[in-house]
Design a protein. Structure first.
Length: 401
């Protein structure tokens, strides 16, 4: 979000092109993607608390580094460090939800952390945009670093895994474990599947491909939406920041109300959990195809409506997607499945801004860039239907010997 707001200022400071900005936007995702698979292993071995603390501190340092760097190479370095620091965040959140919530409450719990990512853009783009216009882009990154550092100390003080939390009562522990089957000797042997085994599983691959298509659109809009409104629809920079907040508010509402509250409410009322989750997952992803409407919009209002439909539907599907690793993974392998899924996400996060940069530079239009994202969404929907299938645990890994 910070980078997309600073697009014009970075062009002026470093003299970069649309293609270079695309690479700069994707730089964070390079290290983020490379860290996903090892991060999954570390989370399963070391827990959310330890890995989370290190990650938050590193991304705080990266934000400050971006604020003070004197050249483009230094800025690229700060973005690469940011990817390392943020790499554990979503897999750790998914694992923490699996630790702390019974199956029937995981969609809304997931929606709370996932919608925060959308809400931060809804309020952050206009606020950081105003800050940029008043005092410059460097201060916008410094303020982000300060907020991140405050969160580091808060997370350090507050978060514990359930087994490490002395305040957790026995009644609360029973509530968390109400849907869990008793842990058997076989569970201990087969519950920690290897990374190689999980990567070969059809359900895991279907989830990774489907969620990757969501993340492609997410990062396209996250990195290019202010520029699209400003260059394609000729809206001044301040108003493009304000307009940008609207789709992210819709995304926040879709995330919380549909992907979170509605899913858990229907499951609590006895609806088939698999059917509810699959309908929201596939239906929300299909709504993402609304981005094609923005490809041919000739007014800001029409563009915002279509983009809001697209990101709103995708955001409704997102909490369901993030809850699935804890529902399909063997008991001690949620971090690995989350890492595999997020690796696919970040490949999309790398590709989206770069491909968009090339397409916009070549065609002087966002229409084809939006079309590429629609094709990927169709592939993702097919993966959910034919590969993910029923949302249930994958078969345990056969034991050697």
């Amino acid at each position: 979000m910070n980078l997309s707001v600073s697009h014009e200022a970075l062009i002026e400071t470093f003299g970069i092109s649309a293609v270079t900005f695309g690479y700069l936007s994707g730089a964070y995702n390079w290290t983020y993607a490379m860290c996903q698979l090892p991060i999954g292993v570390l989370l399963d071995k070391c827990g959310v608390k330890r890995v989370g603390r290190i990650g938050i501190f590193l991304w705080s340092v990266a934000s400050f580094a971006a604020a003070v760097t004197p050249n483009l190479a230094g800025f690229f370095g700060a973005r690469l460090l940011l990817g390392v620091g943020e790499a554990p965040t979503f897999p750790a959140n998914a694992k923490a939800v699996g630790y702390w919530f019974p199956d029937k409450e995981r969609s809304f719990a997931t929606a709370i952390f996932d919608s925060a990512a959308k809400f931060s853009s809804a309020i952050g783009v206009p606020l950081i945009g105003i800050l940029l216009l008043k005092v410059g882009w460097r201060w916008s990154f410094a303020v982000t670093g300060l907020i991140s550092l405050i969160y580091f100390f808060y997370f350090w003080k507050v978060y514990r895994d359930p087994q490490d939390d002395p305040a957790l009562t026995e009644a609360e522990r029973r509530h968390i474990e109400q849907d869990a089957k008793p842990l058997t000797v076989d569970d201990r042997l087969t519950g920690n599947a290897s990374l190689g085994y999980l990567i070969k599983q059809r359900k895991v691959l279907g989830l990774a491909i489907g969620f990757g298509s969501y993340n492609y659109v997410f990062y396209l809009l996250l990195t290019w939406l202010p520029s699209y409104l400003s260059s394609a629809l000729h809206i001044d920079l301040l108003h493009s920041f304000l307009y940008t907040g609207v789709p992210w508010l819709v995304a926040t509402a879709g995330d919380l109300l549909v992907g979170g509250w509605l899913v858990d409410t229907l499951i609590h009322r006895g609806w088939n959990a698999n059917t509810v989750r699959k309908v929201i997952l596939i239906g929300g992803t299909a709504m993402g195809l609304g981005i094609l409407g923005a490809a041919h919009a000739h007014s800001a209002t029409r563009a915002i409506i279509w983009i809001s439909i697209s990101i709103g539907g995708l955001s409704a599907a997102a909490p369901v997607g993030w809850s699935i690793p804890s529902l399909i993974a063997p008991r001690h392998s949620v971090g690995k499945v989350g890492g595999i899924m997020n690796f696919s996400n970040q490949i999309s996060g790398i590709a989206a801004p770069i491909i968009t940069g090339y397409v916009v530079a070549a065609t002087q239009s966002f229409a084809w860039a939006f079309g590429v994202s629609a094709v990927y969404l169709l592939i993702g929907i097919a993966a959910y239907i034919f590969m993910l299938g029923r949302i249930e645990p994958v078969a345990p890994e056969p034991q050697r010997g």
